[in-house]
Design a protein around this ligand. Structure first.
Ligand SMILES: Nc1ncnc2c1ncn2[C@@H]1O[C@H](COP(=O)(O)OP(=O)(O)OP(=O)(O)O)[C@@H](O)[C@H]1O
Ligand SMILES: O=P(O)(O)OC[C@H]1O[C@H](OP(=O)(O)OP(=O)(O)O)[C@H](O)[C@@H]1O
Ligand SMILES: [Mg+2]
Length: 281
């Protein structure tokens, strides 16, 4: 049975559960359930802290895991990314009170508070900056006010938490993170792993694309197909009304309205967009 680690709490937990649900896997009914067996799909899910997931997967005890790239890198575990999952995006940044520092070089000799000491110490070493790192569990923004640190390094999403704490971002982003699917470095692939990856890929494609159908005069079909090339090649079928054809192609969801405008301009009519519920490419 395939053994997969899933975040039990935090920002990644809900979107990870939603993605697995869309991929056809069983859901836990209670957030206190720590293990869930899905016998129909031959998978066992382990609900773990996102920070611990890379450790379990890197040790080889679990086959796959969903976690953040930042947490994977911080853990130093022998695990690697196999797929980016399209949620949980954040940046990891330096921040401080205005006037303390303006860039990386100014961090020399200062004290930095963070929940990600692995990422921070590696980054400082790579850039030849000597600074003390204090590891805190969370709410690191307050460390400056309470005099525990001069600077923080933390996850920034909207920036609201920093603003409320009177801090400003300095320097370049330390890293860009996303939710990722991970497995042990160098692990052999199995049929069960491949099948799971295909299902997750199917969810990503179903979310990213819509199906577009329209009718167009036969002489305009080349121009229309250039606008909707599909993933491989669009389906073109004859209509009963001679001189017209029906075209069907997948298009990126975010481009759909613009493509409909362009198709209409070249004479397409009855342009319909439908959601893709699931797919295998
Ligand atoms: N707005 C956000 N706040 C915190 N983490 C976020 C945010 N957006 C994405 N993430 C990602 O979520 C992961 C953090 O997981 P974590 O379990 O710490 O969640 P959390 O929301 O901080 O919950 P908690 O603080 O209760 O543990 C990281 O990979 C981080 O990049
Ligand atoms: O840029 P924002 O949208 O404000 O989000 C970023 C904040 O969210 C996270 O905190 P979380 O709620 O996870 O608390 P924690 O610091 O205790 O982990 C992170 O550590 C930042 O503090
Ligand atoms: Mg947190």
């Amino acid at each position: 049975m395939l053994r997969i680690a899933v975040p039990n709490k935090g920002s990644l937990s809900e979107p990870a559960a939603a993605m697995l649900h869309e991929a056809g896997y069983r859901q836990r009914k209670d957030s206190r359930e720590l293990v869930l067996v899905d016998p129909e799909n031959n998978v066992e899910f382990f609900f773990l802290r996102p920070r611990d997931i890379a450790v379990y997967v890197g040790s080889g005890r679990l086959d796959l895991g969903i976690t953040g790239r930042d947490l994977l890198l911080d853990s130093g575990a022998e695990a690697e990314e196999v797929m980016q999952l399209g949620f949980g995006g954040s940046t990891f940044r330096w921040a401080t009170r205005p006037g303390t520092a303006t860039g990386l070089a100014d961090l020399e000799g200062l004290t930095i508070a963070t929940s990600y000491p692995g990422v921070v110490e590696r980054y400082l070493a790579e850039h030849g900056v000597n600074a003390a790192v204090v590891r805190l569990d969370g709410a690191v923004e307050t460390a400056i006010q309470l005099g525990v640190a001069d600077v923080i390094a933390d996850v920034v999403s909207t920036g609201t938490t920093l603003r409320n704490a009177g801090l400003e971002i300095i320097g370049e982003p330390i890293l860009e993170s996303d939710a990722v699917l991970i497995r042990r470095k160098g692990a052999d692939s199995s049929h069960a792993v491949e099948l799971f990856l295909r299902r997750m890929q199917g969810v990503l494609v179903a979310r990213r694309y819509v199906m577009m159908d329209y009718d167009i005069r036969a002489e305009q079909v080349e121009a229309a197909v250039a606008l909707t090339p599909g993933l491989e090649s669009p389906t073109v079928s004859p209509l009963h009304n001679s001189g017209w054809v029906a075209v069907r192609a997948m298009v990126p969801h975010r481009d759909a309205q613009r493509i409909m405008d362009d198709l209409y301009e070249i004479g397409a009519r009855a342009i319909l967009v439908t959601k893709i519920h699931a797919c295998r490419l």
